[in-house]
Design a protein around this ligand. Structure first.
Ligand SMILES: [Zn+2]
Length: 158
């Protein structure tokens, strides 16, 4: 995939100082959650574990990896784990809405922190929501128009 190659190759990647990364983590780490940085994780992969309350992210060194952290923070802060103690179908809202919310959350934190968003990052965001949208469609779950409209508003920062 083209976006994946561009991110892997570091097109538009901006290295952040340790001090800046520390400040961002201190500001946005959800209360009670721990952040584990993994040296073998690609910039665009993140994972949240509940009930352990652990967020796994790539090494936090650049705009790409911080975006991945912000996406996972979005899942936590939008309450996507609210049903997880209740058994077999833990989602509170359809998968494509959860992913849209997490991506949109990350997008707005990037803008608020003036961290650059590349065109490949925006393509990746839409690609991710699209996967869940297709799955939901297959389950006969209607796509939420505000997600589709919202995705169209995402823009690269330059
Ligand atoms: Zn996600």
């Amino acid at each position: 995939m083209k976006w994946r190659d561009e991110i892997r190759k570091g097109k538009g990647r901006v290295i952040l100082s340790e001090q800046r990364v520390r400040a961002l983590v201190a500001r946005y780490r959800p209360h009670g959650w721990r952040i584990h940085q993994k040296s073998n994780m690609p910039y665009y992969d993140g994972l949240s574990h509940y009930p352990e309350q652990i967020i796994e992210v790539p090494l936090l060194v650049c705009n790409f990896s911080i975006f991945t952290l912000f996406h996972e923070v979005g899942h936590v802060n939008r309450g996507h784990f609210a049903n997880w103690d209740r058994g077999d179908h833990p989602r509170t809202i359809p998968g494509h809405v959860e992913e849209y919310e997490a991506e949109n959350y990350a997008y707005h934190l990037m803008r608020a922190e003036a961290l650059p968003m590349t065109a490949a990052m925006v393509v990746a965001m839409r690609w991710n929501v699209g996967i869940y949208a297709r799955h939901d469609k297959w389950l006969d779950i209607p796509l939420m128009p505000y997600c589709i409209r919202g995705m169209r508003r995402w823009r690269a920062s330059n």
